[in-house]
Design a protein around this ligand. Structure first.
Ligand SMILES: Nc1ncnc2c1ncn2[C@@H]1O[C@H](COP(=O)(O)OP(=O)(O)OP(=O)(O)O)[C@@H](O)[C@H]1O
Ligand SMILES: [Mg+2]
Length: 512
């Protein structure tokens, strides 16, 4: 038998990442990085073409070397049009940069666990991530030299970590507000069964948005005091972001924070109260509130049916969050100290369950059942020959899941069809994401058929696997023959050649 490495769980966050493992004692623990921190800033500093710095040192360099520092890269996962260009002209995609963060986490974990020991990982993603973003995350792990066992939903991971120490049957709502994303998930815990019943989220709602509001407000105050606009150039904007985030943290403890800004020969000390901060960010909080309410309603539940509300993510430390949740639900939410570690701990638990040597976990092995976060559909012409998106697998279906729909061919004698698979929940093709290649109507998966009369039945079977990646089968019902089964070759993702090249480059790179 080949030697197996240590299996880890990784929370690859927008602002902070963490790595955890189940120790031989059966307990999941977060592993400290080389700086001795339990959270590693998801920030990369490029130093020429061959070397990068990841973590706190890179974050601190954002002000002095803003053109070579990249932050919030998780926001760009699954976006093939985004590239970061360093001051020396090198270009990197979101997968390659995320891989640098993962490489750093892996190497730091190996300082604790032993060199070359970390081989397999479960990496978490926001529940609302679509296929392209999930694949991009998996690819980032592959580039970093990890065997990615599973891509796990962050709120599900958090619930696993919570349920590991808080036994008892219960319905739990996980409210996860991190640095860049918001997820809300409802699940039932019964014994060691974790059964997710519904999930929803916004991938552009997190601490970053709160920081932006505070930056704008501070900049306005500074300009009213005769100072220059600090939102440009990069250096002063990075400094403003730093100070805004720090002030936000202060306002979680104290009711006022003082921020000193300088530029253009003007220095000004500005005081912001928690009340003002809550006022300028109220609409952001309301977005999370409305989504939480609508998910509970969609599940056919009332807040009285929910036994516990678990707050996860660093942004739930802002007092406005537990207060709002308590107001809406009528119960005090649970606020554990390690809100930003639960996801990594849960990922470690899931990783342990998937390990080749069987679980080391202390206690009964949890059974996890999750749901799809987005509907899966096909674009077809309706009776008026207008393209419509037909949902084939509904959102919040148990995964793995499968759905099938029968469509008719459009024209007499047509000898090819194109299958356009979508992700999203709207009938209008303009509001969903195309996951098959090209644009409608020219792209899609081209398949040859015999020349039938119009209306010949073609069945499309869509399948979500446990990682929520998509598989498609198309069946010609006239001939009773499958036209093919294919994994959606997501246009937003790396090709095999690009992936191989990224692996090669990452190996050559010094990650410090
Ligand atoms: N005491 C605090 N008060 C207010 N905000 C805080 C506090 N501590 C952390 N945060 C904020 O929490 C966010 C980071 O949280 P977390 O580490 O959970 O996010 P993440 O995992 O990086 O992001 P995501 O899960 O969205 O990808 C940052 O925006 C940070 O400013
Ligand atoms: Mg997170």
């Amino acid at each position: 038998m080949t030697a197996v490495g240590r299996i880890v769980g990784i929370d690859l966050g927008t602002t902070f990442s963490a790595i955890a493992t189940v120790m031989p004692t059966g307990k999941p623990v977060v592993l400290s990085n080389r700086e001795g921190e339990r959270l590693t800033p998801s920030v990369v500093l490029f130093e020429g073409a061959q070397s990068v710095l990841v973590g706190s040192m890179a974050k601190r360099s954002a002000v002095t070397a803003p053109l070579d520092v990249v932050e919030f890269v998780k926001r760009q996962m699954g976006n093939p049009d985004w590239k970061f260009e360093t001051s020396t002209g090198e270009q990197y995609g979101a997968e390659a940069i995320s891989a640098m963060i993962l490489t750093r986490l892996k190497e730091d974990a190996e300082l604790v666990l032993g060199a070359g020991q970390v081989t397999d990982a479960v990496i978490t993603v926001p529940a609302f991530f679509d296929d392209a973003r999930r694949r991009a995350t998996r690819d980032a792990g592959t580039i970093a030299g990890l065997n990615v066992l599973r891509v796990l939903n962050e709120p599900t991971a958090a619930a696993l970590a919570y349920g590991f120490v808080n036994h008892g049957d219960q319905t739990v709502l996980v409210f996860d507000l991190g640095g860049g994303t918001f997820d809300v998930t409802v699940l039932r815990i019964a014994g060691s069964d974790f059964d997710v019943i519904g999930t929803d989220g916004l991938h552009e709602l997190g601490g970053f948005e709160w920081d932006n509001r505070l930056m704008e407000w501070l900049n306005d105050q500074f300009r009213q005091a005769g100072g220059p606009d600090l939102s440009e150039p990069f250096e002063s904007a990075a400094d403003l972001r730093d100070k805004a985030e720090l002030a936000k943290h202060v306002l979680s403890q104290a009711t006022t924070a003082r921020v000193v800004l300088s530029g253009g020969g003007v220095t000004k000390s500005i005081i912001i109260t928690r009340e003002v901060f809550e006022g300028i960010t109220a609409d952001l909080l309301n977005q999370s509130r409305d989504l939480m309410i609508s998910l509970v309603e969609e599940m056919g539940l009332a807040f009285s049916d929910i036994d516990n509300i678990l707050l996860v993510g660093g942004s739930t430390r802002m007092p406005m969050v537990p207060r709002m949740v308590a107001d809406i639900s009528g119960r005090q939410p649970l606020q554990v100290d390690n809100v930003d570690e639960l996801v990594a701990l849960g990922a470690a638990i899931q990783a342990d369950l998937l390990g080749p040597d069987g679980p080391m976990l202390d206690g009964p092995a949890p059974r996890i059942s999750d749901v799809t976060s987005q509907g899966l559909g096909v674009i077809a012409l309706n009776d008026q020959r207008i393209p419509c998106n037909t949902i084939v697998v509904a959102r919040n279906s148990k995964i793995p899941s499968q759905g099938a729909e029968i469509f008719g061919t459009a024209d007499d004698g047509q000898t090819a069809i194109r299958v356009h698979v979508t992700q999203g929940d709207d009938e209008d093709p303009g509001y969903v994401r195309l996951v098959t290649k090209g644009r409608y109507p020219d792209g899609g998966q081209p398949l040859a058929i015999p020349p039938y009369d119009a209306g010949a039945p073609i069945q499309v079977v869509l399948h979500y696997d446990i990682d929520q990646t998509i598989q498609v089968e198309v069946i010609d019902l006239t001939a009773g023959a499958s036209l093919g089964t294919f994994e959606v070759d997501n246009v937003a993702n790396l090709t095999d050649e690009e992936l191989a090249e990224a692996i090669r480059k990452n190996k050559e790179l010094g990650v410090g």
